[in-house]
Design a protein around this ligand. Structure first.
Ligand SMILES: [Mn+2]
Length: 427
């Protein structure tokens, strides 16, 4: 299924009078404060969020999976789904692939297919957290950290293969998330495991093209429950620093213990020029992988407040970070969930752009926490939904993407094309 521009235009037409009214209201308010609304709209339009190939199917938990049908069966169909999202919101202009599930058979054809949807290939992701049918050695007791050099070699070679696939498609980065760790005290030698991980990563880093970046993800627990080798941002930063200039830390919002001050982590990494990328999701308890902004929209705003400050800092050495959603869906239609997530990210970004940085800095210098809070919450409590809708409409996308998804019967069409029982791979 492809969505035609005319279909979107005719839906937008019906919603236009309401939209005009609310957009004019916010425009007047913001222009009155000296903020250029058109500049804001352009910034939102250029903020593109990559969709991971594994978020297009029903995720599930270890207890069960409840697929809704019409899931993408092939890499082409995954690209089609991201193309549909991008047609609806003009904000999901990239796909992030997971190897071995998304190995392209015909590179030229896949590249042309993605280009026909105006999609780029974002970071490629390796997988050493489970065993594949044809692999010689098991990752049961780790991959890059394993005690057996042959297992480590196999995991290094897998990552090098992922880089080759990504290179062929035009990706420029590799994301490494390791499940490596232990579930029982005494099981693993912490120091040796970390040293072996560093040595393995060095081999992968050496195999990256000169213009590639490596993103190192961290996570405090799960799938192992006593320790993970890369447990936190500090360990990731230590590895990235020892690997070299093109290695960075990747922050996944769900990979923190409860109440962690993630915005401070963002600020610290940006100060060091080492924040490489972001995996957006939301959570109540742990790595819940819920819709972005579903639980803690204020935290998301505070994170964007640091991101915007870091990105606007002309002295900063931090490169422009890579943005990606990393979520999983058991209840919602995965595509509707992704539309909600992209919008939540855009809202937090736009709100952070509204913060009066000079006034905030002045309040900080004057040690005035009341005023600092007023400034931040004034931005957070501004309803910027009409701004985001305007950004979409100007880019030929839908004023209301979720409503358009439903009115155009996207899921019903996909079920008709692919069947009720089609299952996505790589979840
Ligand atoms: Mn992640």
């Amino acid at each position: 299924m492809r969505i035609d521009k005319n279909q979107i235009n005719s839906l937008n037409k019906k919603a236009l009078p309401d939209h005009r009214e609310s957009f004019e209201y916010i425009s007047q308010r913001l222009e009155g404060k000296g903020i250029s609304v058109q500049k804001l709209v352009q910034k939102v339009q250029s903020f593109q969020i990559a969709i991971p190939s594994w978020a297009l199917g029903t995720g599930g938990t270890r207890f069960g999976r409840f697929p809704g049908g019409g899931e993408p069966r092939t890499l082409e169909e995954k690209i089609d789904d991201v193309g549909l999202l991008h047609a609806l919101n003009a904000g999901s202009g990239a796909i992030s692939l997971h190897i071995p599930w998304d190995i392209p058979k015909d590179i030229a054809q896949i590249k042309a297919h993605a280009a026909s949807h105006k999609l780029l290939f974002d970071a490629v992701n390796s997988n050493t957290f489970q065993d594949q049918a044809d692999q010689e050695h098991s990752y049961k007791f780790g991959s890059l950290c394993h005690t057996d050099a042959q297992v480590r070699k196999q995991a290094v070679n897998h990552n090098l293969e992922v880089i080759r696939h990504g290179e062929a498609l035009g990706s420029k980065s590799l994301t490494v998330w390791l499940a490596d760790g232990s579930s029982f005290p005494g099981q693993m030698n912490f120091r040796k495991a970390l040293q072996r991980t560093l040595d393995s990563l060095k081999e992968i880093y050496a195999g990256m093209p000169d213009d590639w970046k490596m993103f190192i993800e961290y996570k405090p627990y799960e799938p192992y429950f006593y320790h993970t080798v890369i447990q936190d941002w500090g360990t990731s930063h230590l590895l990235a620093s020892q690997l070299g200039e093109r290695a960075y830390t990747l922050v996944d919002l769900g990979h923190h213990l409860p109440n962690t001050n993630i915005e401070q982590i963002v600020a610290t990494l940006m100060m060091q020029g080492k924040l490489g990328g972001f995996h957006f999701n939301d959570s109540k308890f742990g790595d819940d992988d819920l819709t972005v902004g579903a639980m803690k929209p204020y935290q998301l705003f505070l994170i964007f407040n640091e991101l915007v400050e870091g990105m606007q800092d002309k002295e900063s050495r931090n490169p422009y970070p890579a943005w990606m959603i990393d979520a999983s869906h058991n209840l919602k239609d995965p595509m509707e969930d992704l539309l909600q997530s992209v919008e939540a990210i855009q809202l937090a970004y736009a709100q952070a752009l509204l913060v009066d940085r000079q006034a905030l800095e002045d309040a900080r210098e004057a040690n005035d926490p009341v005023l600092a809070q007023e400034i931040l919450q004034d931005a957070f409590r501004t309803d910027v939904r009409p701004l985001i809708a305007e950004a979409r409409m100007q880019a030929d996308a839908a004023l209301d993407p979720v409503a358009a998804f439903r009115k155009l019967n996207v899921r019903e069409n996909l079920v008709r094309e692919r069947g009720k029982k089609s299952m996505a791979t790589g979840l």
